[in-house]
Design a protein around this ligand. Structure first.
Ligand SMILES: [Fe+2]
Ligand SMILES: [Fe+2]
Length: 248
């Protein structure tokens, strides 16, 4: 907690600025991708109520994206240029955007993984960014609430739930690898040293899984086996393996 607070864009310089832009870009990719996924999911949501909810989420993710655009502009970057480098959400997450089960699993896993990163950014040493994150996290609570609600809904039908489990088995390992990245390394240490993050990737990932497992146990959803994580090359620390093993 002793890292210096950086109060304005012009005070963010050198290595700090570079890392800040990398983290913000990662968040921007996630916000713009989720806006797109929720926007598309209006088409496959099964009820009118769900269609309204998906439309609302798409609007909120677009708003989060716009908040980041403003922060990029303050740093002298063109958001259009940053956005142009984002990989396709459907390809990046192996998502079928016309399949409601895929959307539900995405909301429960990928979107929530983003929230756990944002919890770190809310306490980050770059004040202009940290300040914006409270309102973002309030919206994200709503998204996760809906993710849990849908999980409970799917759990009522055995056959449909088996499909949910199978999509989850593919998506969680990819989320661990792509949304959290390597559990250790120089970048991780640097972010903690300068206060861009307050916890290690291992701690953030474990917090995410521990939150998730409560709802999984309630509904009978299991973590995928270790082989599924190895297959995509997701590195797991012993503390993470322990959480996964508790519900496989
Ligand atoms: Fe968001
Ligand atoms: Fe979200």
């Amino acid at each position: 907690m002793s890292a210096t607070i950086v109060k304005t864009a012009k005070d963010a310089t050198g290595e700090y600025r570079e890392m800040l832009i990398r983290l913000m870009t990662r968040q921007f990719y996630a916000e713009t991708a989720t806006a797109e996924v929720f926007g598309r999911s209006i088409g496959c949501a099964p009820t009118l109520r769900e269609k309204f909810i998906q439309a609302e989420f798409a609007e909120e993710e677009a708003e989060h994206s716009a908040q980041l655009c403003k922060l990029f502009e303050d740093l002298g970057l063109d958001p259009e240029v940053v956005h142009a480098t984002r990989p396709s959400a459907a390809k990046f997450w192996s998502l079928d955007l016309d399949n409601w089960i895929h959307i539900a699993v995405f909301n429960f896993t990928v979107d929530r993984a983003g929230s756990h990163q944002i919890m770190e950014y809310r306490d980050s040493s770059y004040e202009p960014w940290a300040k914006e994150m409270n309102s973002v996290l309030e919206d994200e609570e709503g998204h996760y609430g809906n993710g849990i609600e849908n999980l409970r809904e799917f759990a009522k039908d055995k056959k449909v739930f088996a499909e949910f489990q199978s999509v989850y088995n593919g998506m969680l390992p990819v989320t661990v690898k792509r949304a959290f990245g390597r559990p250790t390394g120089a970048d991780n240490d640097y972010c903690m040293k300068v206060g861009l993050k307050r916890h290690s990737t291992e701690q953030v990932l474990n917090r995410y899984l521990k939150e998730m497992v409560v709802y999984m146990k309630e509904c009978g959803l299991k973590f995928p086996h270790f082989a599924a994580f190895e297959k995509v090359g997701a590195e797991l620390m012993p503390s993470t393996r322990e959480i996964l093993a508790s519900n496989q």
